[in-house]
Design a protein around this ligand. Structure first.
Ligand code: NAD
Ligand code: UDP
Length: 419
């Protein structure tokens, strides 16, 4: 395939080609990045069951081999330990890009890396599905959220001056590359400068430097060395914008996905996933459903953050997988909201967990995290109409399925559940 010039400069994480016409094969060849994680492993099960050949690419940051171990030995299954920020050449028909830590605890761990995991890819020929997120709506001012809503994300570009400064040219960035900034920064700065379409340049630069640890490093080292005064700080100056590595990473991923589509004719699909739960979630990943279920089973108090009146809409994983596959196979690019419109406050969720596991489970209030969205509920009209999709499993039906998996993993003979 002849690539447009700007593509040749992009980082080749996945460079792939379709099966040439005339060659018949049974099933498709499909890459699932992040396929050893919670959602990815359920998707892999469905694809293998359908008769496809699946290559899972995962660095096991939050995923586990146990989630896909039941496919070992199947000639239609391959597992590659690989970090998607590094190049990898594969020939496949479809790519589901799920690799990215999804729990706030995990994605805040290395914010810069979270951003690049969201959007680094080069696709040639294969159909690419991006798993974006309801977080692109931020703390939404529209309720429920439609795909047409542009969102209310807090990017806190605390160093807009630096963003502009970097934009002046590669020579300036060399200073940053030489600085004591985190290991991943050079990769990020490099790819901003040389590889990503310029339309994302300023926006991304500002976002990268909004991270607080980078800000500290900047204030103490790089800034003074370059003779540039500190930040023009926005907002209330509190530690905030901490979710932006994820939110803005996914927003940028959507932008790039559409740029590949519009600029190079790549077949793409975009899913905006709302809070999803089910078996194989990490036991202690900090997300509310996994926290409450594990806490109730361990006879610990359920930790409700803030006043517990914030809402989320919880989707069972099998519904999500069905939606992702319909989206991939369908004719529409999206974005599509994939979520269950059943909306619960955290206190209501705690009540369902009490009813399902332990009516005596206590509730313990904890301070909420910064920038926590107050409410979230998908409008799924578009997915209903164009994909013929809607969720089937409500919270009271789905939760017990997850509980039996958690029970087995917490109390079982250390054998991880794969069902
Ligand atoms: P998860 O953390 O269980 O799975 C992510 C997987 O990606 C893990 O196996 C992890 O090891 C792998 N991974 C992370 N960084 C990687 C890297 N740099 N290279 C290779 N592998 C890497 O999360 P999940 O809940 O299964 O989420 C899957 C996708 O769906 C994510 O992209 C997430 O943003 C998106 N999503 C999930 C939810 C949800 O509620 N579960 C909601 C919105 C969006
Ligand atoms: N939350 C909570 N107790 C917990 C973990 C989370 O009350 O032990 C709250 C959190 O403040 C947020 C909601 O639950 O309002 C959903 O958090 P989660 O991390 O699961 O998902 P996200 O915030 O990414 O939607």
């Amino acid at each position: 395939t002849k690539l447009p010039a700007f593509h040749q400069r992009l980082p080749a994480v996945h460079s792939v080609g379709k099966v040439p016409l005339g060659i018949k094969r049974k099933g498709l060849r499909i890459v699932v990045t992040g396929g050893a994680g919670f959602v990815g492993s359920h998707l892999v099960d469905r694809l293998i069951a359908r008769g496809d050949s699946v290559i899972v690419v995962d660095n096991f940051f939050t995923g586990r081999k146990e989630n896909v171990m039941h496919h070992f030995g199947n000639p239609r299954f391959e597992l590659i330990r690989h970090d998607v920020v590094e190049p990898l050449l594969l020939e496949v028909d479809q790519i589901y890009h799920l690799a990215c830590p999804a729990s706030p605890v995990h994605y805040k761990f290395n914010p810069v890396k979270t951003i690049i995991s969201c959007f680094l890819f080069l696709i040639v020929g294969a159909r690419f599905l991006l798993t974006s997120t309801s977080e692109v709506y931020g703390d939404p001012l529209q309720h429920p959220q439609k795909e047409t809503y542009w969102g209310n994300v807090n990017p806190i570009a605390q160093c807009m001056g630096l963003g502009l400064h970097l934009a002046l040219g590669p020579a300036r960035v060399t200073f940053v590359l030489d600085s004591e900034l985190s290991e991943t920064l050079p990769a990020v700065a490099g790819c901003i400068l040389h590889r990503t379409p310029s339309v994302c340049f300023l926006f991304q630069t500002a976002t990268f430097f909004s991270s607080n640890n980078l800000k500290d490093t900047w204030n103490s080292t790089t800034g003074p060395r370059l003779g540039i005064p500190g930040y023009r700080q926005r907002g209330n100056g509190k530690e905030n914008g901490v979710r932006s590595c994820y939110d803005e990473g996914k927003r940028t991923a959507e932008t790039l996905t559409m740029d590949y589509h519009r600029g190079a004719g790549v077949e793409v699909r975009i899913a905006r996933i709302f809070n999803t739960y089910g078996p194989r979630m990490c036991l202690d990943d900090g997300r509310v459903v996994s926290n409450f279920v594990a806490q109730a089973l361990r006879k610990e108090p359920l930790t409700v953050y803030g006043d517990g009146k914030q809402t989320r809409s919880f989707q069972y994983v099998s519904d999500l997988v069905e939606g992702l596959m319909r989206l991939m196979e369908g004719e529409h690019v999206g974005p599509f909201n994939l979520g269950n419109p059943g909306e619960f406050t955290m206190l209501e969720l705690a009540k369902v967990v009490q009813e399902t596991i332990d009516p005596d489970a206590r509730i313990e209030y904890r301070p909420n995290t910064e920038d926590d969205p107050h409410k979230r509920k998908p409008d799924i009209g578009r997915a209903k109409e164009l994909l013929g999709w809607e969720p089937k499993v409500d919270l009271r039906k789905g939760l017990p399925l997850m509980v039996s998996d958690f029970r087995q993993r917490i109390f079982g003979d250390h054998k991880e559940s794969a069902s």
